[in-house]
Write a protein that binds this ligand. Structure first.
Ligand code: NAP
Length: 264
């Protein structure tokens, strides 16, 4: 239970879903976790539960980042692990259609503002706090950052940007000799609150939707938040000391193959 002992870790979007599970796991493994989110009461409860601290942080706000980073600088003088996790799909936020033909420019910008600009700002300010002592930045992309998604164009585009920017950050930090590693995560379908609006409340409908999604996954079921949290633990720990610029796929095998193939 000491894989990240005494490390200072910051998780964005930590009040729910993957971020919440990751904050719990990092704390269990010995890290002091700075829980951040726009959802204040859930985040404060989680921070209490795991012995961490909560900051309200909208990842798209440069001012918010400056405030949080300044507080960590004053309190601890450094940051060891930064998990840039917060993101939205654009499907649950009443932003209208998300396909490339009908999405509005405003909706396109809103999704990129959180998913892409949020990660850019996290990396920018994370580097400033990590460059003296080194550290690990883990950026949340998606399998949707690798393939096209007709019904979620801005989401897929923003996650592709995260995938690429991660490699730029990894190489830049290596060139500068900062001792900062930077890697991206590419989950497939992970059952979290993000899926709730798509699943609905009717139990039969929920089961039918989950079964349909599962049918497209080689391992035969959706992932759990802990499946992704374990990857963050690895990339945040010294076990991954020689790993930078990679894409870690956690998708039950979806990206391993193609649906257009001869039958079994
Ligand atoms: P989730 O359950 O919706 O949790 C995301 C958290 O981030 C929520 O607490 C959300 O608050 C918060 N958030 C939203 N906008 C924010 C902002 N501007 N600043 C800070 N926090 C913000 O989602 P999840 O499924 O855990 O997803 C976490 C990340 O994994 C996302 O980047 C997502 O794209 C990525 N991902 C998820 C899956 C999946 O299948 N679940 C697959 C691939 C990648 P609100 O609830 O108020 O919005």
């Amino acid at each position: 239970m000491t894989r990240v002992e005494n490390k200072i870790a910051l998780v964005t979007g930590a009040s729910k879903g993957i971020g919440q599970e990751t904050a719990r796991l990092l704390a269990t493994e010995g890290a002091h976790v700075v829980v951040t989110d726009i959802l204040e009461s859930e985040g404060t409860d989680l921070a209490k539960e795991i012995g961490g601290e909560f900051y309200s942080l909208d990842v798209s706000s440069e001012e918010n980042w400056q405030t949080v980073i300044k507080s960590i600088q004053e309190k601890y003088g450094h940051l060891d692990i930064l998990f840039n996790n917060a993101g939205i799909t654009g499907l649950n936020e009443n932003l209208g259609p998300q396909d490339p033909e009908h999405i509005s420019l405003d909706a396109w910008h809103q999704v990129h503002n959180i998913n892409m600009d949020g990660v850019f700002l996290g990396c920018k300010y994370g580097i400033s706090l990590m460059k003296k002592h080194g550290g690990s930045i883990i950026n949340m992309s998606s399998r949707s950052g690798v393939v096209g998604i007709p019904g979620a164009a801005a989401y897929a585009s923003s996650k592709a940007a995260v995938r690429n920017h991660t490699k730029t950050v990894a190489l830049y930090c290596a060139e500068q000799g900062y001792g900062i590693r930077c890697n991206s995560l590419h989950p497939g379908a992970i059952l979290t609150p993000l899926w709730e609006p798509m699943l609905g409340t009717d139990p039969d409908q929920r089961k039918a939707t989950i079964d349909t999604v599962a049918a497209g996954i080689p391992l035969g079921h959706m992932g759990k938040p802990i499946d992704v949290a374990q990857a963050v633990l690895y990339l945040g720990s010294d076990e991954s000391a020689y790993v930078t610029g990679i894409e870690l796929t956690i998708d039950g095998g979806i990206l391993a193959g193609s649906s257009a193939r001869p039958g079994k």
